[in-house]
Design a protein around this ligand. Structure first.
Ligand SMILES: C[S@@+](CC[C@H](N)C(=O)[O-])C[C@H]1O[C@@H](n2cnc3c(N)ncnc32)[C@H](O)[C@@H]1O
Length: 350
């Protein structure tokens, strides 16, 4: 699917011969561009990194970690704004630090995504800039680094810092969760995930024997994994987002979890089979709703579930996930709901 905002950036990526950095995110998961040696890419999604690497781009997978880039060293930074405000603020601040005097930050985004507000904040930081309407909703903004230093940094809530953002007690275990900006729902406990954990015991009663291992598919900062620890079984937590992996690793280090954290898209590359899979699946990739993503999560659960195993998906009650799940599973049934969320039990034919 073509993204009008990203299309504005293509000429800068294709034709440039000055030292440039491109920040790529999940809005561009289907990007297919000829590589340019003048451009280094940082991608925060592992699937995007792998795809760009296959196309021969110089690409790094990180949580937008610019620490390898010296101050005042870049000519150009190219960025289609992301969905999370704090990610955008972090990238604008870091672009300012890394650009040379008169170096340019090229930003694109839609009006409804806040591009005009980002532009006006960035202009105060940079000192100079122009924006133009590229089509009905899309804007292109070019900021030039005029100020050598500035105290107009945007508030990114200390982007890289892992900190305790919330806590709770379930199954007699209390946890303080480390998280950071850039992670899904980074400063709260997702209500759907909490519903899954509150009802895990009743769910497990439907199993013939206790699970011997578990997979947390799309783990975020690791809420579900941590709350499986009372089962005392090995847990694999996986996500495609670099920020989520960093936060989940920190939570696994902090508590005695018998498990590992793996960066992967829809568990790709994980070959183990699991008795229990827990998942609160995503429905958006960046700004767009991605119907395929649900299919890929269901397929991943199908592929990774042991024949005797059971997968538990939690979703909003209005999402007809059972219908899609029937393509992959022998049984897909809603086993409980609370008016907002439902738990869907997925099993193979034994
Ligand atoms: C609704 S959140 C649930 C997060 C976490 N399990 C929780 O309960 O708080 C969905 C998660 O799926 C991750 N995700 C999105 N696309 C993915 C993909 N292609 N592969 C793996 N994880 C993905 C997101 O980064 C996010 O952490």
């Amino acid at each position: 699917m073509s993204d009008s905002a990203f299309n504005q950036l293509i000429p800068y990526l294709k034709d440039t011969n000055i030292r440039s950095l491109w920040l790529a995110d999940e809005n561009l998961l289907s990007a297919n561009l000829r590589p340019n040696d003048a451009v280094t890419v940082i991608a925060n999604r592992i699937d995007l990194e792998q795809q760009l690497q296959k196309q021969d781009w110089k690409v790094l997978f990180s949580d937008y970690d610019f620490s390898i880039i010296e101050d005042n060293s870049l000519d150009q930074v190219i960025y289609r704004i992301s969905k999370e405000k704090l990610v955008v603020h972090h990238i604008i601040n870091e672009a300012f630090r890394c650009l040379k005097e008169d170096g340019q930050l090229i930003l694109a985004g839609d009006k409804g995504e806040g591009i005009k507000t980002y532009f006006s904040k960035a202009k105060k930081l940079f000192g100079e800039g122009e924006s133009s309407k590229a089509d009905k909703d899309t804007w292109l903004a070019i900021l030039s680094k005029h100020n050598e230093v500035s105290n107009k940094q945007l508030d990114d809530k200390n982007y890289h810092e892992l900190r305790v953002t919330c806590s709770d007690t379930q199954h007699e275990s209390s946890f303080e969760y480390y998280s950071k900006p850039g992670v899904f729902g980074w400063d709260k406990i997702d209500k759907g995930s909490a519903y899954l954990i509150e009802n895990l015991d009743s769910f497990l009663m439907t199993l013939i024997e206790p699970p011997k291992n578990a997979l947390d598919l799309g783990c975020g900062y690791g809420y579900l994994s941590l709350n499986l620890s009372y089962l005392d079984i090995p847990v694999v937590a996986t996500d495609n987002n670099a920020a989520a992996i960093k936060a989940c690793e920190r939570n696994f280090d902090r508590y005695p979890i018998n498990g590992k954290v793996i960066a992967a898209s829809c568990a790709e590359g994980i070959t183990e089979k699991f008795d229990l899979i827990v998942c609160n699946p995503p429905f958006h990739a960046g700004f767009s709703v991605d119907g395929d993503l649900t299919d890929r999560f269901l397929k991943a659960a199908h592929d990774r579930l042991h024949s005797r195993g059971v997968a538990c998906f939690v979703t909003n009650i209005h999402i007809p996930i059972e219908r899609k799940a029937h393509q992959y599973f022998h049984q897909a049934e809603c086993i409980m709901s609370n008016g907002n969320f439902k738990l869907v039990r997925l099993t193979h034919k034994m």
